[in-house]
Design a binder for this molecule. Structure first.
Ligand SMILES: Cc1cc2nc3c(=O)[nH]c(=O)nc-3n(C[C@H](O)[C@H](O)[C@H](O)COP(=O)(O)O)c2cc1C
Length: 361
């Protein structure tokens, strides 16, 4: 890319350098070794494993309602040109031991191929008057750290759309407390250094509360913005353009908020939600995201990709990067023509978009 187009796609997730910004979000597409191997072969920059439900040393899980088994997923159109995956399942439904085996496979693949693999956890979230179940935090984090080996352990904490739709999330003060306390609890529970990305939900409140959530999570090393919307009528999570519209609108407000405070943000951002083209990816980057994580686009019917060969992940990457109109390269050249991105050392740098986003003007 650098030689041919003068475009440097280098990106970051949780402070780790990546060759480009495109990774896979946690879900049904990162459940086993075969999926991870295909993704590494396709050249994805990172993959987040399916969310495991934390447990204590006796195997008790406070969030057991999220460990349910459900296999059927339906890929459907949503809105004029959007797509969504309809699925009633929730978290990892097998044992913690099976998850730790997948973490070890992910670690080996990270070392062998450079594709960064990251586990994801749903830990106990108490009601306001209740204490956190520290046993779950301790046991699960320790086991993950042992499985990964060399520190730091990188970890995503998932706040899912079904949690947003749950009675537990009706109380704003309760959500704010989780976001304030959870990063520290994970770090305290870990036997060695851990870097925590908080994948924030789209709460069922207004944009201002979404910003309050970002502020409350100030102990996190990174924020993943934001998990899918929840349709309380049908009881399912959904994506598509409604999701990216909301996420980009809130990230816009966050950008203004950071610029006004005239100090660089202390957390790194990773975007998620309806990244279905290089163009949408660049919208997230211009609002401060140093990388993005996708799910739905990796699940579209093969007929939706211009490439006629290769795995889904390969075809998806090809479209996201090279589409002559909506791809990442075309989009970066267009931003240059509009004076929104300047060459340094003869190259356009993807990461300049994110760092410019939060610079006071
Ligand atoms: C079927 C399905 C299962 C998912 N499971 C998880 C999960 O276990 N943990 C999590 O953090 N996100 C989960 N997600 C959210 C995705 O990782 C992603 O953030 C979200 O779908 C938005 O990206 P997209 O519009 O590219 O799909 C899931 C999404 C789908 C569609």
């Amino acid at each position: 890319m650098r030689e041919r187009y003068g475009v440097d796609l280098a990106a970051r997730y949780l402070g780790v350098d990546l060759p480009h910004p495109i990774g896979k979000g946690s879900g049904q597409l990162s459940l086993n070794a075969a999926q991870l191997e295909d993704d590494a072969a396709a050249g994805l920059a990172f993959a987040v494993l399916k969310t495991v439900i934390a447990e204590d040393e006796t195997g008790a899980q406070a969030m057991v309602a999220w460990a349910i088994h459900e296999t059927r997923m339906k890929v459907e159109r949503r809105g004029r040109t959007g797509w969504t995956v309809t699925w009633k399942g929730r978290g990892w439904d097998r044992s913690l031991a099976a998850y730790l085996a997948l973490v070890r496979t992910g670690r080996d693949l990270t070392h062998a191929t450079g594709m960064l693999v990251v586990p994801s956890v749903k830990y106990h979230l108490p009601r306001l008057a209740e204490p956190f179940r520290d046993g779950e935090y301790r046991h699960t984090t320790r086991r993950l750290a042992e499985a990964w080996g060399e520190p730091p352990l990188l970890l995503e904490k998932d706040f899912s759309p079904t949690l947003a739709g749950d009675a537990l999330s009706e109380d704003r003060a309760q959500i704010v407390r989780w976001l304030r306390e959870v990063p520290d609890r994970i770090c305290q529970a870990a036997p060695a250094p851990v870097l925590v990305a908080m994948k924030l939900m789209n709460a069922r409140f207004d944009d201002a509360f979404q910003l309050a959530m970002m502020d409350a999570a100030s102990g996190a090393d990174a924020l993943v913005c934001f998990n899918r919307l929840f349709d309380s009528v049908t009881g399912v999570a959904y994506g598509g353009w409604d999701l990216s519209d909301r996420n980009l609108r809130v990230l816009d407000a966050y950008r203004s908020h950071v610029r006004l405070s005239a100090r660089p943000p202390d957390r790194r951002l990773c975007g998620t939600g309806n990244v279905c083209s290089g163009r949408v990816l660049l919208e997230y980057a211009q609002r401060g995201c140093e990388s993005v994580q996708l799910h739905t686009f990796f699940q579209l019917p093969l007929s939706q990709f211009p490439a006629t060969r290769g795995s889904r992940a390969q075809r998806a990457l090809h479209a996201l990067v090279f589409d002559p109109r909506d791809g990442l390269v075309a989009g970066m050249l267009e931003l240059e023509a509009q004076g929104k991105l300047e060459r340094r050392g003869g190259e356009l740098h993807f990461l300049d978009l994110a760092s410019d986003a939060h610079r006071p003007h």
